[in-house]
Design a protein around this ligand. Structure first.
Ligand code: PLP
Length: 421
């Protein structure tokens, strides 16, 4: 081998881990991972006592009945590994859940895996279906774990821009007020190496809910190019103004080529319980289950028992969840507007991408630090959600999955800092 290569000089292949590992005690792939800016902002918020509107976790209680179910499962000594695919009654409940909400026909024995959150479901899905050198289409801004997932699977992301709302409807696809994409840009992103597309709807960080027309275009491209869709639907029950979430798998021809991913974190306000799941056609599921088995064996068994109780909650639970979030969203948008920010009104999920250029000319990273340390309200800079940071230098993201009093306290601090600007 050439001495320069032995010395760790980079070759054309960014995944040449053999070469890089010769000169370092750490794996080259991790040098490609960014530090999670979202979790970093939470650490800053905690250290300076800022109100944490950065990371997307609720500060209010989870439903009492599911806490009781978890406690009962521990008392009943459900202490051991479950079947790696997930407890059979939980998989049955997941299949029932898809039938009840979307009339999807899911076989719990061959088409479901329970993982430690949607996060693990997504990486298990990618390890299960993506080979090195494959391309993955990703809308940007994107949820931050998709890029490291590409590095782990040695696949190449192909980004398609989601663009902020403009006046009026665009392209006959997106409605007024919604983030939108250029259909030609999406078409160009599909090529001979495209293996998968990640569709996050409702979308973090933009709050976009992909509509029927947009999903039909994605479905058509997937079928034309023999591409698999990986859908991240973790916010499926948090939508506003009557918006309806449509699982891509329900479109004609898509059940066979979609891995549908969701979980309990957001719907039941239990992000720390680490419960999620993926649903896919049996051939893909066999692979995904194997990847999951060798990563985590199974999700926490007593919490899987509680998962059954969660999915059995009645329609009134979902209606209240939606209604409560609608109030939080409206209050947050009104607050940000009142202090001179320009928030985009989300259609779903619980974040707002917010232009702060009217109150500061700082860049997003500097402004976010100032927000946490001086204003006492932590948010997340916009740029880590983009492959090209310059697209978000005047944008921050606020999470509003918080109690009313938390949002009121944030409003007070924002008003003090920017009220007269
Ligand atoms: C789009 C998206 N997917 C997945 C997750 C994480 O889900 P889980 O807690 O089930 O791993 C998040 C959390 O913020 C998210 O925003």
């Amino acid at each position: 081998m050439h001495p320069l290569v032995l010395a760790g000089v980079f070759t054309d292949d960014p995944y040449n881990t053999y070469v890089m590992s010769k000169t370092s005690r750490t794996a080259h792939r991790t040098s490609l991972f960014p530090e999670s800016v979202i979790r970093e902002m939470t650490r800053v918020a905690l250290s300076v006592g800022a109100i944490n509107l950065s990371q997307g976790y609720p500060d209010f209680a989870a439903p009492q009945s599911i806490k009781d179910a978890a406690r009962a499962a521990i008392d009943a000594d459900h202490n051991q590994y479950s079947v790696t695919w997930g407890l059979k009654p939980l998989r049955d409940s997941i299949a029932d859940h898809y039938r009840r909400h979307y009339e999807m026909d899911v076989n719990p024995d061959t088409q479901v895996v329970v993982c430690t959150g949607a996060t693990e479901s997504m990486i298990a899905a990618m390890l299960g279906i993506i080979d090195p050198g494959d391309e993955v289409v990703i809308f940007e801004p994107y949820y931050e774990s998709y890029l490291p997932n590409c590095h782990i699977t040695q696949s190449t992301p192909r980004f398609v821009s989601l663009r902020p709302p403009v006046e009026g409807a665009v392209n006959g696809l997106a409605e007024a007020g919604a983030w939108w994409f250029d259909p030609d840009e999406l078409k160009r992103a599909f090529g001979p190496k495209t293996r998968a597309i990640i569709v996050t709807s409702p979308h973090n960080p933009t709050g976009k809910v992909f509509n029927q027309t947009e999903l039909e275009l994605i479905a058509q491209l997937c079928q034309q190019h023999d591409v698999i869709a990986l859908t991240d639907e973790i916010y499926e029950f948090i939508t506003y103004d009557g918006q309806q979430h449509i699982p891509l798998a329900t479109l004609p021809g898509m059940a066979e080529r979609t891995v549908t991913i969701s979980g309990m974190s957001k719907t039941f306000s239990v992000t720390g319980w680490r419960l999620g799941y993926a649903v896919a056609a049996p051939d893909m599921m066999t692979s995904i289950r194997k990847a999951h088995d060798f990563m985590s064996v199974c999700a926490a068994t007593p919490l899987q028992h509680a998962g059954i109780a969660m999915l059995n909650l009645g329609d009134e639970y979902y209606a209240k969840l939606k209604n409560d979030y609608q109030q939080r969203r409206d209050y947050m948008i009104e607050t940000l507007r009142a202090v001179g920010f320009k928030p985009v009104v989300p259609q779903g999920a619980y974040y707002t991408m917010t232009d702060f250029s009217a109150v500061s000319s700082q860049d997003d990273l500097t402004f976010s630090m100032r927000m946490a340390k001086e204003v006492g309200v932590a948010c997340v800079p916009g740029s880590p959600f983009f492959s090209r940071p310059e697209l978000a230098r005047n944008i921050v993201r606020f999470a509003f999955c918080k109690k009313r009093e938390t949002l009121e306290a944030a409003r007070e601090r924002l008003w003090k800092a920017f009220g007269n600007s």
